[in-house]
Write a protein that binds this ligand. Structure first.
Ligand code: SF4
Ligand code: SF4
Length: 97
């Protein structure tokens, strides 16, 4: 089991709902997200205060595909994330299913 699965299991043991888990991770790691520095992060995403797509899932904006900088983000290491381009592909959880 990797760190992402461990984290989800810890929250599941505490009986947290999916929304509560998202909120907790947002509180813990939201500041580490470097999406705002990514070439794909456009005005629409900025105005909607988007980010942490790896947990929250796809963007509601139309983003033009470019180089994803997730591999440089600390959250990838913190949670052993395996994918990228979360803003258009969906969350880590969705991509693992
Ligand atoms: S891995 Fe990507 S989507 Fe997730 S917090 Fe880091 S930069 Fe944002
Ligand atoms: S998920 Fe990756 S591609 Fe999308 S905005 Fe964040 S860093 Fe850029």
């Amino acid at each position: 089991m990797d760190k992402f699965e461990e984290k989800l299991q810890v929250f599941a043991r505490k009986g947290l709902s999916e929304e509560e888990v998202e909120k907790k991770i947002l509180d813990e790691m939201g500041d580490e997200c470097i999406c705002p520095d990514c070439p794909m992060f456009n005005q629409c995403a900025k105005e909607k205060y988007e980010g942490l797509y790896c947990i929250l899932g796809k963007s509601e904006c139309t983003l033009e595909e470019d180089e994803c900088i997730c591999p440089d983000c600390e959250v990838v290491e913190d949670l052993d994330l395996k994918y990228d381009l979360y803003c258009i592909k969906g969350s880590e959880k969705e991509l693992r299913e």
